[in-house]
Design a protein. Structure first.
Length: 84
């Protein structure tokens, strides 16, 4: 499902993770960072969420852009890997 914009993303986050227990513990691994330009970077990696309701994980790609001296995420593609 595609979510666009800060407000929509925050609303979806609060619905999915209403409290600390639902949030679980998020870890990242296999990070690969490529500087594409002095103000743009691509980050690839894996994510793993440990939680009481069962662990989930997958992969992601992020495009960061430096705006006014701060690195911000301009694009996030996250996929969940279903394990059997």
């Amino acid at each position: 499902e595609t979510t666009r914009g800060w407000d929509a993303t925050l609303k979806r986050y609060k619905q999915r993770y209403p409290d600390r227990r639902a949030m679980g513990t998020l870890n990242f691994s296999d990070l690969d960072i490529a500087i594409l330009d002095r103000n743009v970077a691509l980050v690839l990696g894996k994510w793993h969420l440990t939680r009481d309701d069962g662990d989930i994980g997958g992969g992601f790609s992020l495009v960061f852009q430096r705006i006014d001296g701060q690195w911000v995420i301009r694009h996030d593609h996250t996929s969940r890997l279903d394990r059997n």
